[in-house]
Design a protein around this ligand. Structure first.
Ligand SMILES: NC(=O)c1ccc[n+]([C@@H]2O[C@H](COP(=O)([O-])OP(=O)(O)OC[C@H]3O[C@@H](n4cnc5c(N)ncnc54)[C@H](O)[C@@H]3O)[C@@H](O)[C@H]2O)c1
Length: 252
């Protein structure tokens, strides 16, 4: 896989998976615009990659901020975006449906679904001018095999998968591929946020999540990065509209 001449936009780049994905692309020689609400983690220790990396803080549920951020990204990347990876997202703590507020529901939909619409929309405009592109949206295995109490989260990730398929068929004639990855329980800060309010995060991580994975381990951000690199590469040139489970068998 060769990423030396590739230009990449990663969203959620300050997060557990996003950071590792960003680092992998940088190591492979790509130029990366890294977007997140906060970019503090990305600015630390990146002296080696100063000419390759631009960190852009933005709330990606806000249309104006998305337009500005993608414009900045495209300028930094020389007017070309070859690869987009959307990792941004928020968790829902397991909550009975009758206790979920409309505000909580709306926030989950805004961050996990509407942001995908806004970011894809702006990036596709740039990709179309160059006649190619590879997009990967991070969904969740929870959309296929839900857990109790994650009602809004599961719905938002189901939407992310349907959106991915809808764009894959729409953009095929423009040589833009669109795929999704379903991570299983992954070893990042987010995992603890799925436990019930006031629950023992470490206990839930070990006893619920780890044990739910047939391969017996939590997914590591590096496992997701490997899958993203494959789907973004020319080796996957005939792969579009697919949903790759990187879940240690959790979906079985
Ligand atoms: N960790 C897991 O167990 C797990 C499992 C399945 C799917 N996922 C999905 O994988 C993706 C990455 O998750 P992670 O574990 O790295 O989580 P994380 O919380 O470490 O990272 C998510 C990032 O998204 C950013 N973000 C949130 N709202 C934003 C907004 N409005 N605008 C811009 N950025 C925003 C956060 O600042 C954060 O850096 C998410 O979409 C998540 O739903 C995670």
């Amino acid at each position: 896989m060769n990423f030396k001449n590739k230009t990449v936009v990663v969203t959620g780049a300050n997060g557990g998976m996003g950071k590792v994905i960003t680092e992998r692309f940088l190591k492979e020689g790509a130029k990366v615009a890294a977007l997140d609400l906060h970019v503090d983690e990305l600015e630390v220790g990146k002296e080696d990659y100063l000419s390759q990396l631009l960190a852009i803080p933005a709330n990606l549920t806000d249309e104006k901020q998305v337009t500005n951020a993608i414009q900045q990204a495209a300028d930094f990347l020389g007017g070309r975006i070859s690869i987009l990876v959307n990792t941004l997202g928020i968790a829902q703590s397991a909550t009975p449906i009758e206790e979920v507020t409309l505000d909580e529901w709306d926030k989950l939909m805004a961050v996990n679904m509407t942001s995908l619409f806004l970011v894809n929309k702006e990036v596709v405009k740039v990709m179309k001018t160059k006649g190619s592109g590879a997009i990967t949206n991070i969904a969740s295995i929870a959309a296929e095999r839900p857990r109790p109490g994650l009602n809004a989260y599961v719905t938002s990730k189901g939407g992310a998968i349907s959106f991915t398929k809808a764009l894959a068929i729409e953009l095929a004639e423009f040589n833009i591929r669109v795929n999704a990855i379903n991570p299983g329980p992954s070893d990042t800060n987010m995992l603890g946020k799925f436990s019930p309010r006031g629950g023992d995060v470490n206990k839930v991580k070990e006893e619920t999540f780890k044990q739910s994975v047939p391969l017996g381990q939590l997914v590591m951000p590096e496992d997701i990065a490997e899958a993203v690199l494959y789907l973004s590469s020319d080796q996957a040139k005939m792969v579009t509209g697919s949903v790759l489970n990187v879940d240690g068998g959790r979906g079985l």
